[in-house]
Write a protein that binds this ligand. Structure first.
Ligand code: NAP
Length: 248
């Protein structure tokens, strides 16, 4: 319950889906949480209200992870509001599958800018504030292991996230900062509903390849992130951890 007591966390893209679940879980485990969003202020406010109703502390902050000035301001809020920063969860991300013939500059830039540039900007802005015992957790994806057809751009972004995770674990490890990735399988979220993935052939394909025989829920991922954020994972860094019901 209090394994993250006195820790301060930023969760990007925490107004919905996996990020909202992670924010709620980290707060339930004792962290003070910055709930980042880009457009869904009322959803972010709802996450904050839920956390406060449960006795936790949180604040919603708008920032576009693609924009360095926004990201710098996001980190500043954490420091000014709570005094320090211990846990950074790079969750904000988008996914759009497309056949290779349908590749466009726009599809590439949309996904790489949020999933990769956003991860780099947030990690870079946070790093000077992170001390011994702190951590960065990147939300990657099972696609980097499964490599589904028609996911070249999205899988490319998450392959980059896996690589960045390993690089930063080496770069920041000497300062006592751990860096890990959590790679969810298909999870029911606002995003997967909006993408038309729910109740689709893609869901059936996922279920068929998943030893546990179902797709995931946000509650399947959030506790993994909380464990990695805690001192219980103090000897774990540079790992890419599948949370996918065994799909690989
Ligand atoms: P989601 O339900 O679509 O939520 C996306 C979140 O990201 C929202 O809070 C959104 O904010 C935020 N966001 C989007 N662009 C942003 C930006 N430029 N700056 C800041 N925040 C931004 O997504 P999800 O399904 O939970 O996925 C979350 C993460 O898990 C992504 O990195 C995704 O690649 C990864 N993942 C998902 C699945 C899955 O099956 N769901 C599987 C593997 C990995 P607003 O609400 O304000 O727009």
């Amino acid at each position: 319950m209090n394994k993250l007591k006195d820790k301060v966390a930023i969760v990007t893209g925490a107004s919905k889906g996996i990020g909202a679940g992670i924010a709620r879980q980290l707060a339930a485990d004792g962290a003070k949480v910055i709930v980042n969003y880009i457009s869904s202020k009322s959803s972010a406010d709802d996450v904050v209200a839920d956390i406060e109703a449960a006795g936790g502390m949180a604040v919603a902050v708008r920032a576009d992870v693609r924009v360095k000035t926004d990201v710098d301001a996001l980190i500043d809020v954490a420091i000014q509001r709570f005094g320090h920063l211990d846990i950074v969860v790079n969750n904000a991300g988008i996914y759009q599958f497309a056949k290779i013939e349908e590749t466009t500059e726009a599809l590439y830039r949309q996904q790489f800018d949020i999933n990769v540039l956003g991860t780099l900007l947030v990690a870079g802005a946070a790093a000077p504030h992170l001390g011994r015992g702190s951590c960065i957790i990147n939300i990657s994806s099972f696609v980097t292991r499964v490599l589904p057809a028609e996911s070249a751009i999205y899988s490319g972004t998450k392959g980059a996230v896996d690589a960045i995770t390993g690089v930063l674990s080496r770069e920041l490890g000497p300062r006592g900062i751990r860096v890990n990735a959590v790679n969810p399988g298909m999870i029911e979220t606002e995003g997967t509903h909006a993408a038309g993935a729910m109740d689709s052939d893609f869901q059936t394909w996922n279920e068929g390849l998943t030893p546990l025989g179902r797709i995931g829920q946000v509650r399947d991922i959030a506790p993994i992130v909380s464990f990695l954020a805690s001192d219980d994972a103090g000897w774990v860094t540079g790992e890419v951890i599948l949370g996918s019901g065994g799909m690989r």
